[in-house]
Design a protein around this ligand. Structure first.
Ligand code: FES
Ligand SMILES: [Fe+2]
Length: 364
């Protein structure tokens, strides 16, 4: 299976809510769609085809004017918050063609994230973006990363997140070691509101934590409950609960909920964001004035950099012809293989022709 495709008909994260202050025009490519986005004066984030209807100039390079319209930087066509062209500077004496309108993309803002559906809106049905309630909750301290451009297909990140055996050797000495890679993996596949999810659970008792977790939580030997869940092709949730032996569920428990977003740009690039959350009031052991989340946010980028390095290297290999090459999988790859199956099924549905003409033929 080559890592050179992506699902179009699903919700992807276009950014955290904080990336969309009012008055800021921003553009990005999601699933090979050039998209321009902004937060309107009414507070709503809107998203449109980012190509000016006149001569394809990218509107992200234009300006958001004081009257709330977006001006193309080439000949100045202006668009309102519904995507309609409302002004053509060089032509003030005639009607604006009614077709001069940007195609709108569905947007949902919830739980501190802005989601976009880059595919066919007729296929949304009742599929909603998965929830990430900790991000917007006062019960949690939260911190989101900047967007991280990754020169690799987004599936490689999802597979990485569902495959914890890479904690040795890739993360040896910070969040991993060889004992970590041997913790048994339980795989749970479930369906969640039209978003197909795959989850791994790894439980261990009397376990000696790798160094970064000792620094974060202050316990050398713990009972630990660790899950990774691909909630949809756009979002993976990681939870760690850790406490001295026998004390999970007590006030001594420490841990985090960590969201990873994986948004395809094209077949060989995606944008990765992460959002770290810890219980409000939990402090760093080494410095009681510092929220635990701040300590974790300092240390986590070194882990991300290691994964980034691996994803780039894998993509370099995917870019070459297979030439008879075949992957060999082991027992601990089970979750990854289920993820591949789920994503492949979604891609098949994605490509299925559900045009009215085709449906009419199927029903006759
Ligand atoms: S390309 Fe946008 S106004 Fe001409
Ligand atoms: Fe990793």
């Amino acid at each position: 299976m080559r890592a050179e495709s992506f699902i179009v008909n699903t919700w992807y994260v276009a950014g955290f809510s904080s990336e969309f202050p009012e008055g800021k025009l921003q553009g990005q490519t999601i699933a090979e769609k050039p998209i321009v986005m902004w937060r309107t004066a009414a507070g709503e984030v809107v998203a449109f085809d980012g190509r000016c209807v006149h001569k394809r100039m990218p509107l992200k390079d234009g300006r958001l004017l004081a009257d709330g319209t977006v001006e193309c930087p080439y000949h100045g066509f202006c668009y309102d918050a519904t995507g309609a062209c409302v002004r053509i500077p060089s032509q003030t004496d005639g009607p604006i063609p009614s077709r001069a309108r940007l195609k709108a993309f569905p947007v949902v803002e919830q739980d501190g994230m802005v989601w976009i559906w880059p595919g066919d809106r007729a296929r949304i049905g009742n599929v909603r973006p998965p929830r990430s309630p900790e991000i917007a909750s006062p019960d949690w301290d939260s911190h989101g990363s900047d967007p991280i451009p990754v020169p690799a297909n987004y599936r490689l990140l999802i597979e990485n997140l569902l495959d914890i055996t890479h904690f040795y050797p890739l993360h040896d000495g910070n969040v991993g070691d060889v004992a970590h890679s041997r913790i048994p993996v339980e795989v749970v596949e479930e369906v969640n509101d039209g978003n197909r999810s795959v989850k791994t659970i790894r439980q261990v008792q009397n376990y000696r934590q790798p160094p970064l977790f000792v620094e974060w939580f202050g316990y050398d030997v713990v009972d630990r409950y660790h899950t990774h869940c691909m909630m949809s092709p756009g979002l993976t949730r990681v939870q760690m609960r850790t406490a001295p032996p026998g004390q999970l569920g007590s006030d001594a428990e420490r841990g985090f909920v960590l969201y990873h977003t994986h948004t395809p740009v094209d077949r060989t690039h995606h944008v990765w964001r992460w959002f770290m959350n810890s219980r409000a009031g939990h402090r760093a052991r080494s410095d009681a004035s510092k929220p635990l989340v701040a300590l974790m946010v300092e240390g986590f980028p070194q882990v991300v950099a290691q994964d980034l390095w691996a994803l780039e290297k894998q993509q370099e290999m995917y870019d070459l012809p297979d030439d008879g090459y075949e992957e060999i999988h082991v027992k601990t790859d089970r979750a990854m293989l289920i993820v591949r199956k789920v994503l492949a099924a979604m891609e098949t549905e994605d490509k299925a022709d559900v045009s009215p003409a085709k449906l009419a033929v199927a029903q006759s």
